[in-house]
Design a protein around this ligand. Structure first.
Ligand code: GLU
Length: 519
């Protein structure tokens, strides 16, 4: 699973050179996630008669950039040409189906005319069945990816509707496509038939929309009131879609985290959202019904500096050095030490209404993957000691494979830095279905785990870009120690121990012995 990015400028002139730069920079911001190939799609000069242009390359983003400028030179594409409105899409691929090669890179397309183009993060588990059906209907496949069925399915739906003289909107086509997809995905669609429009949808993989208004709204900045939410008011704006807030924050902090099943349609400067109703049917059956959704934008709690390396050589190095600060932020306002020893305690606002239920639970189950699992493992002794409740641990995928027992009397704690870890999310659904109280511990406000648990705690460690976790890991452990204090009863016998832990946590940031940075 890697990165997707899109840039749509509406009612504001942007040269092709600038559009390319925005797309390439978006990809560079996603580079840290690791990838093996990359690609983009932009418009040709005369959009109505020439199909959009797709550029794909294996290797790093710089090899894509080089090959794009080379191809642009060969086909004599004018980089100074200006577009009042334009929709471009981009992708970094981490191959799951098919070797890294230009033909397997994204955008994947519906055929030589690029009628439908798709960038995809994730895996389509039923692609073989869909591929066989589409081949029977005359489609020829040119890649080994699971993704290629998506644009071809879109063309199939579009052609079928047109044969029946039905006028279909772009979102209707995508809703129908979604009905047939199984697996995890975040998708962006671009189409020759729907110039200057984009569709984004997701199930399982993360995706967000960023909105930059170019004309100031004088009415106390209320351009984002729900009833006005990006109406087609003709005002110039730039819209961004990305699998990661990192690629959006340098343009805007106004974002909408897209939810599973939502189909987000960008058209004429407006954004409309439809919610997909899950009903599988025959391929080519009537177009899906969907209900429209109103959502408000939220503001990213992230600064551009957070995604820059500063004077450090690597993000991981920067993040190691940030730990005194990140731990302080994790504990800010939560650790209460008002001089007199009696008032030493913790306050976890996101949990306070559920503490009684947690204390009464029969067991606390920590569920996570990788580093998050290990953070819980490290914190287990203190949790058991202070809460007196049995604490067990589960690796999310293993719990799901075994369909391990989770009961109504359990408190299930889901730990994930991104709040979007696929296996942890599936395990969350499993625990919700089994009636457990579900608590989230995540670093990402607005993430799927933050939204779908009953209550929880944000670790507030700031953006962690290094793939090997450092500051998020230490902040997770500190949050769990505070959780232990919050759950544990404040009895006379354990008072001294609790106070020592509160004091220890308080001292922790200043006790970090970090090596001097060479600069
Ligand atoms: N499964 C798709 C492929 O292999 C997408 C992989 C990704 O998320 O980058 O092409």
């Amino acid at each position: 699973m890697c990165g997707i990015f899109a840039y749509l400028n509406y009612n504001v002139d942007r040269e092709r050179r600038y559009i390319l730069q925005v797309l390439f920079n978006g990809l560079r911001r996603l580079e840290y996630r690791g990838y093996d190939s990359a690609g983009i799609a932009i418009d040709a000069s005369d959009f109505t008669s020439s199909p959009p242009l797709v550029f794909r390359q294996e290797g790093n983003i710089e090899s894509l950039v080089k090959s794009v400028y080379q191809d642009v030179g060969e086909i004599e594409l004018n980089l100074e040409e200006s577009f009042r409105t334009h929709a471009g899409i981009a992708h970094t691929r981490w191959a799951t189906h098919g070797e890294p090669a230009p033909r397997n890179s994204h955008p994947q397309t519906s055929g030589p005319d690029n009628e439908f183009m798709v960038v995809h993060n994730g895996v389509i588990t039923n692609y073989e069945v869909l591929k066989a059906t589409l081949i029977r209907h005359g489609f020829t496949f040119t890649s080994e990816t699971d993704t290629e069925v998506i644009p071809k399915l879109a063309k199939f739906v579009y052609d079928n509707a047109n044969e029946g003289d039905q006028v279909v909107t772009f979102s209707q086509v995508v809703l129908e496509v979604m009905r047939h997809l199984e697996g995890a995905y975040a998708l962006i669609f671009k189409s020759l038939h729907y110039p200057n429009e984009l569709i984004a949808c997701k199930r399982g993989s993360p995706l967000l929309l960023g909105v930059k208004e170019l004309a100031e709204n004088k009415e106390n900045g209320s351009a984002f009131e729900e009833n006005k939410f990006l109406s087609k008011d003709g005002k110039p704006r730039e819209l961004f879609l990305s699998s990661d807030a990192n690629a959006v924050v340098e343009h805007t902090k106004k974002v909408l985290v897209i939810e599973d099943g939502e189909v987000v349609h960008l058209k004429d400067g407006g954004v409309s959202i439809l919610k997909y109703e899950n009903d599988m049917g025959e391929l080519g059956a009537s177009l899906s019904r969907a209900s429209s959704v109103r959502r408000a934008l939220s503001v990213l709690e992230m600064e551009v500096e957070q995604i820059n390396k500063g004077h450090y050589e690597h993000y991981m190095q920067k993040e190691i050095h940030e730990q005194p600060e990140s731990l302080t932020t994790t504990m800010r306002g939560r650790l209460i030490r008002r001089g007199s020893s009696k008032s030493k305690s913790v306050l976890l606002g996101g949990l306070k209404d559920h503490l009684k239920t947690i204390r009464r639970s029969r067991r606390i189950v920590f569920i996570g993957c990788g580093t998050s699992y290990n953070a819980a493992l490290a914190a287990r002794p203190i949790l058991e000691e202070l809460s007196g409740i049995p604490v067990t641990m589960e690796i999310a995928s293993d719990l799901l494979d075994r369909e391990g027992p989770i009961y109504r009397e359990d408190t299930a704690v889901f730990v994930s830095q991104s709040g979007e870890t696929a296996d942890t999310l599936l395990a969350l659904q499993y625990a919700l279905d089994n009636g457990a109280l579900c608590v989230g511990i995540t670093n990402t406000v607005g993430s799927a785990i933050a939204r779908n648990t009953h209550c929880g705690v944000h670790i507030n460690a700031g953006a962690e870009i290094g793939v090997a976790s450092t500051k998020a890991y230490t902040s997770q452990i500190v949050v769990m120690a505070m959780l232990a204090l919050a759950i544990g009863g404040d009895t006379i016998s354990n008072q001294a121990r609790r106070e020592a832990i509160v004091d220890g946590l308080h001292e922790l940031p200043s006790e970090f012995l970090l090596p001097e940075h060479p600069n």
